[in-house]
Design a protein around this ligand. Structure first.
Ligand SMILES: [Zn+2]
Ligand SMILES: [Zn+2]
Length: 174
């Protein structure tokens, strides 16, 4: 298993938004968008709704594109990229860079958690461990750092037999 830890290496903007984190309602209304300086257009409403209602809550721009298309809504990828960036800047979404070059987004509910990612199929699980959080803070203190943010990603492989990519690879071989 590989792992990477980043402590306080995000941009100043990100740190500020993290400190003033706001607990959003479960359903983002057009008014919520307006209050953040974003007009409530159809693409924006549908994209935020998708994140709020989707079971798989960590999505790339391509995932969003595919899901909306399945629902009969053809919004161009360029628009989706732009909306996701706007939502991230407005604090509605969080952006992650897991072990690929594609950014992964999720709703910002203001609750800190960390992630474990399957390198085969991209499945993401969330976790929060008070002991790890405490140790990270202690280490930062020892190093004389004031922590403003951290991201802990564990990378591995789905081991429960439900890894879609591994099943495909195995059936290709045999
Ligand atoms: Zn998450
Ligand atoms: Zn997997």
């Amino acid at each position: 298993m590989r792992y990477s830890i980043g402590i306080g290496r995000k941009s100043g903007y990100y740190s500020r938004t993290l400190r003033s984190i706001q607990h959003l309602p479960m359903t983002t209304t057009p008014q919520d968008l307006n209050e953040r300086g974003l007009k409530a257009t159809l693409p924006r409403l549908r994209i935020i709704r998708l994140f709020e209602t989707s079971r798989d809550c960590h999505m790339t721009a391509e995932d969003v594109y595919r899901r909306l298309k399945e629902d009969g809504l053809d919004i161009g990828l360029a628009t989706i990229y732009r909306v996701l960036t706007q939502f991230e800047q407005a604090g509605l979404l969080l952006r992650h860079h897991f072990e690929s070059d594609k950014a992964v987004y999720e709703i910002n509910r203001g609750h800190h958690h960390d992630h474990i990612v399957c390198l085969h199929c991209g499945k993401v699980e969330e976790f929060f461990d008070a002991e790890i959080e405490k140790r990270q803070n202690e280490i930062a203190q020892e190093k004389n750092f004031e922590v403003v943010d951290h991201a802990l990603y564990l990378y591995g492989y789905c081991a429960t037999g439900d890894c879609a990519e591994r099943r495909r690879a195995e059936s290709d071989e045999g």
